[in-house]
Design a protein around this ligand. Structure first.
Ligand code: GDP
Ligand code: MG
Ligand code: ZN
Length: 351
């Protein structure tokens, strides 16, 4: 009976046939599965379906919130060790403010991302475009959640939705207020057993407040917004929260420096409207800066495409192009390093 309840507990966490196979592929029958809900230095918290356990982590194995891990040993006598991280289905990456910084995985195995945009002015369309590109790249599906509807007039809400629609494409847009509960029911179809939703957006957007509302408890600390509306860095740990109905939520700290490094396909998907216009330009190498036969220039001229959106697309593509150059340089450096190592090994074996 214990095994049955543990299994149904794992199912609520998203455990399914494909994860079962992934664990079996490790070829070690003593390993048991757990889902990482919090990562601290040297330790992580993981959910087993029937309990929450603390497991020591080693530097060699990088785990992030949302990971499924194969664990050896016992959680009760502190011998539990993470033997392997099961291959991630969707990985959310962020990069540091410096160009060329490594894209660091911050959360994994996310089905849906609520991209939160507060109506008190903490986010803008240009940020939203970047977030959408990053989400598409991660493998998850974005939903734009416009928060704090109580803080704006109905007229401003309508205007904000219209503006967001110009960059959202096919992405669903939901307006909510955590203060009044307005619109929150519309989020429930994403919060179903075994499905994982992450919240993304600048600090102060109302993410933690929304998580607490959906969880029906104060599971996360929230912060007051400064007078200028810019918010405070309030979430200190990413956490995976199991909702009463079995859905799962991941809250991520606000991201200031957002880069789209490595988000090639994501940018294409987030700018589907512009990309398809580009396909109609007369010359395949069109630079979209006013040459004849440019479908994009024409679309801007007749008001079909906002100039700001075109600029954002050009800027993100330029960022991508320079990151590709850096990737290529990285590859060269890596090849040189490997060649040198091989050479040294050959010399050593000769001796
Ligand atoms: N008026 C209003 N304020 C909200 C709402 N949701 C959150 N806030 C406030 O916005 C501030 C930042 O919220 P928080 O959830 O910590 O934002 P986070 O940084 O995105 O996690 C807090 O002072 C919240 O009380 C809302 O729906 N309406
Ligand atoms: Mg927060
Ligand atoms: Zn063109």
């Amino acid at each position: 009976m214990v095994a049955t309840s543990a299994f149904s507990g794992l199912t609520a966490l998203g455990w399914d046939q494909r994860w079962i196979s992934a664990l079996a592929d490790l070829g070690d029958p003593v390993l048991w599965p757990a889902r990482v809900s919090r990562v601290d230095r040297g330790m992580c918290t993981a959910m087993t379906g029937s309990a929450e356990v603390r497991i020591a982590t080693e530097r060699a194995v990088e785990v992030v919130v949302g990971d499924w891990v194969g664990v050896s040993g016992s959680a009760t006598d502190r011998t539990a060790r993470i033997a392997a991280v099961l291959p991630r289905r969707a990985a959310f990456r962020r990069t540091g403010p410096a160009m060329g910084a490594d894209a660091k995985v911050v959360a994994a195995n996310i089905d849906t991302v609520f991209v939160c945009d507060a109506l008190d002015g903490s986010l803008g369309l240009r940020h939203l475009e970047r977030f959408l590109a990053l989400v598409w790249q991660s493998g998850a599906t974005p939903v734009v959640v416009i928060t704090k509807s109580d803080a704006a007039s109905p007229r401003d809400v309508t205007d904000a939705v219209a503006a967001v629609m110009t960059v959202a494409g096919e992405v669903s847009v939901v307006v909510v207020s955590s203060r009044t509960g307005y619109g929150v029911l519309a989020l429930e179809r994403y919060l179903v057993p075994g499905r994982t939703v992450a919240l993304l957006g600048l600090s102060g957007a109302g993410k933690s407040t929304l998580v607490n509302l959906l969880a029906g408890a104060e599971v996360l600390t929230t912060g007051a917004v400064r007078g200028d509306g810019s918010g405070r860095h309030t979430t200190t740990h990413r956490e995976l929260v199991l909702l009463p109905n079995g859905g799962l939520l991941i809250d991520t700290p606000g991201m200031r420096a957002l880069s789209v490094l490595g988000a090639g396909g994501g940018v294409e998907q987030a700018f589907g409207d512009v990309e398809s216009l580009a396909g109609d330009c007369r010359y395949p190498n069109c630079s979209h800066s006013g040459e004849s036969g440019c479908a994009i220039t024409a679309a801007v001229a007749d008001g079909q495409l906002q100039p700001g959106r075109l600029e954002a697309w050009l800027r993100l593509r330029a960022e991508l192009a320079s990151s590709t150059v850096q990737d290529a340089r990285g590859d060269v450096a890596e090849r040189k390093r490997r060649k040198a190592a091989k050479f040294a090994a050959r010399r050593a074996s000769k001796r």
